[in-house]
Design a protein around this ligand. Structure first.
Ligand code: BDR
Ligand code: CA
Length: 320
């Protein structure tokens, strides 16, 4: 069983990744921390609790709220993709009696701070814990700044972020998670703990169409099915209008699959660098993936190929 800590900025695809991870017996989720990104961090925390409520848990994993601002840049969010509340505007849905369908959660369950919780977990499980980063890397960089020796005892960091041979999704050259906080990404990739990365080049290979999603949900009326229906509409509409298909990419679910079913993913070693200065290339991830040009001292394993159908089948098998 792999122990993990998830750092996340929910986000519709973060929500699917969290549900997938929570329902994967191969994983032991020791803690979940929130970070600013798709939405401001207070909303990210609220969303995390809404997502966990869908699962009707007897006991929550340890949870902490993290950084509200990137290290240097002002925060940019992605409400245009994920809805104003980050979860497809589920917070606006009402029961017939007018009460909220997804009531605001009680945040008193929160641990002190994300950095403290990350450091506590890596101290409790030295060399055993994978940190799964599904948002900007601000909390991770701050934890490294706070106590690098403790953070060296992470087994690995699994990142959704970056893009190498395709266009970016914020600018022509940058992917959202890295673009939001390139300075944090720079520090994390420079740190020396093994990094596995699912860039857009990999996540774009997995297309969850609206047809497939609705076929899987079918006539089901359980909590997970209702949440999937409610949370994904706005995002799928955005993709229909701006990306050209009805559906979406479930980016953040890939790092979870990489941990539970590595046989569906092909990766190469690479030396990944982050552009923090460029005006046109800010937040760009750079690595030469050509076999003959591989770096002698790689700092990451970059996922380049996904068995998309096998992965999606497995994803739905876990959800249902
Ligand atoms: C990443 O950006 C966010 O909007 C998603 O949640 C994902 O983590 C994809 O570029
Ligand atoms: Ca995310």
């Amino acid at each position: 069983m792999q122990r993990i800590l998830i750092d996340t900025d929910p986000g519709v695809d973060d929500a699917l990744a969290i549900l997938y991870a929570m329902l994967s017996p191969e994983l032991q989720i020791e803690a979940i921390t929130t970070v600013c990104g798709n939405v401001p961090v207070t909303q990210a925390t609220q969303n995390l609790l809404t997502i966990l409520d869908v699962l009707d848990l007897d006991e929550f994993p340890a949870i902490a709220q993290g950084e509200a601002e990137p290290l240097v840049k002002p925060l940019i969010t992605a409400a245009h993709v994920h809805g104003d509340d980050g979860l497809g505007n589920v917070s606006q849905l009402r029961n017939t009696d007018g009460s909220p369908l997804y009531p605001p959660a009680n945040t008193s369950v929160l641990f002190t701070s994300a950095v403290d919780l990350i450091l506590e977990m890596v101290t409790r499980y030295p060399d055993e814990l994978a940190l799964v980063a599904l948002g900007p890397l601000t909390n991770v960089a701050k934890a490294i700044r706070e106590d690098a020796a403790k953070m060296q005892r992470l087994q690995k960091i699994v990142v959704m972020g970056g893009v190498f041979e395709e266009y970016g999704n914020v600018t022509t050259t940058a992917e959202f998670n890295i673009f939001v906080d390139p300075h944090a990404a720079y520090e994390v990739f420079d740190f020396g703990v093994p990094i596995h990365i699912a860039p857009l080049d990999a996540t774009h290979q997995v297309v969850l169409t609206g047809e497939r999603l609705h076929a899987e949900i079918g006539k089901r009326e359980d909590n997970i099915s209702n949440f999937l229906k409610d949370a994904t509409q706005a995002c799928m509409e955005f993709y229909r209008q701006h990306v050209g298909f009805w559906g979406f990419h479930i980016h953040d679910a890939l790092p979870i699959g990489m941990l539970t079913h590595p046989e569906h993913f092909e990766s190469v070693d690479a030396y990944v660098q982050i552009e923090t200065e460029g005006t046109l290339t800010n937040g760009m991830t750079i690595a030469d993936l050509r076999r003959e040009r591989r770096h002698p001292n790689p700092n990451a394993r970059v996922c380049i190929k996904v068995a998309a159908e096998a992965f999606l089948d497995h994803f739905f098998k876990r959800l249902y």
